[in-house]
Ligand binder design. Structure first.
Ligand SMILES: [Fe+2]
Ligand SMILES: [Fe+2]
Length: 283
């Protein structure tokens, strides 16, 4: 099973027509790549920040293009979105009874848990006691079934200072309490940082999928919020997506940057001896 993940699309960010077109065209080429891939995914997770300002028109634009996919699309809410907008544009999802936009899918023996770390008016993440209880209850339901967690906000300090949570933020402690010691969690996949990052959280592998929208510059120097230093903030590094491959036992994540690269070798008879030699070594 293949789960594609696209994150941080930011449709509707329009300081100028060029920038608006830039975000939309990055979204379109990434979706086109996914649709035309040699292995189309079984589903696509959109892990938040679908829009820049959470307006209905931008949600509609995002949903219309997603609806052209021949596979199901599962949206999540990011800090730039709002629950009402996601629910209206994507009728395939419903809020839980507690009002949060979190839900669980199950395919081929893998539980796919999509969380809601949104709090209106806040840039950073949120995870209240109600969400902690919901997640703990979902994990209690099937402790023997492997689970992957998707959440918009990474609950880790990455070193990209202006984007990071505080190490002592309460929401991270509550999320940590819900997942601590849960051996069925095979991985946590996030968005929000607009960069590829790999680490672990409470012993669980945790990765951040890079954005579809422009990326955040790789600069790990501390930021003084009172003194702009002219550093780079946003770059036009290419849009990317993740492809999570589940074989029934292991979840392996691939990333691909979508840009105008070229293929410089094909599997032809000339390269067949090399390929056959490599594969002959396997048990
Ligand atoms: Fe974002
Ligand atoms: Fe975000």
């Amino acid at each position: 099973m293949l789960i594609a993940q696209m994150t941080d699309i930011h449709i509707g960010f329009a300081p100028s027509e060029e920038v608006e077109e830039l975000n939309f065209s990055r979204y379109r080429v990434t979706l086109d790549r996914l649709r035309g891939a040699p292995n189309p995914p079984d589903m696509l997770v959109l892990s938040g920040d679908l829009t820049e300002y959470g307006d209905a028109e931008s949600f509609d634009k995002t949903a219309r293009l997603a609806a052209e996919c021949p596979f199901p699309v599962w949206p999540m809410v990011g800090n730039h979105d709002n629950r009402e907008g996601v629910l209206r544009a994507f009728p395939q999802v419903r809020a839980a009874d507690d009002g949060f936009l979190h839900y669980v899918l199950e395919h081929e023996g893998l539980r796919i848990v999509l969380l809601d770390t949104f709090e209106p008016g806040r840039h950073g993440g949120a995870f209240c006691e109600a969400r902690q209880a919901w997640l703990a209850a979902r994990l209690d339901e099937k402790p023997e079934t492997p689970a992957v967690i998707f959440m918009h906000h990474p609950p880790v300090v990455s070193g990209i200072d202006w984007m990071d949570p505080g190490p002592g933020d309460g929401w991270i402690k509550r999320f940590g309490a819900a997942v601590e010691g849960r051996r069925q969690i095979v991985a946590i996949h996030c968005g929000h940082l607009h960069r590829m990052v790999a680490t672990s959280f409470r012993g669980i592998p945790l990765s951040v999928t890079p954005s579809v929208a422009p990326l955040v510059s790789l600069d790990l120097r501390p930021v003084d919020p009172g003194r702009p230093d002219g550093r780079d903030l946003i770059t036009t590094e290419p849009p990317s997506y993740a492809l999570h491959r589940w074989d029934g036992a292991t979840l392996v994540t691939h990333y691909e940057a979508v840009t105008d690269w070229q293929v410089i070798a094909h599997y032809t008879e000339r390269l067949q001896p090399m390929i056959a030699g490599m594969m002959a070594e396997r048990n």
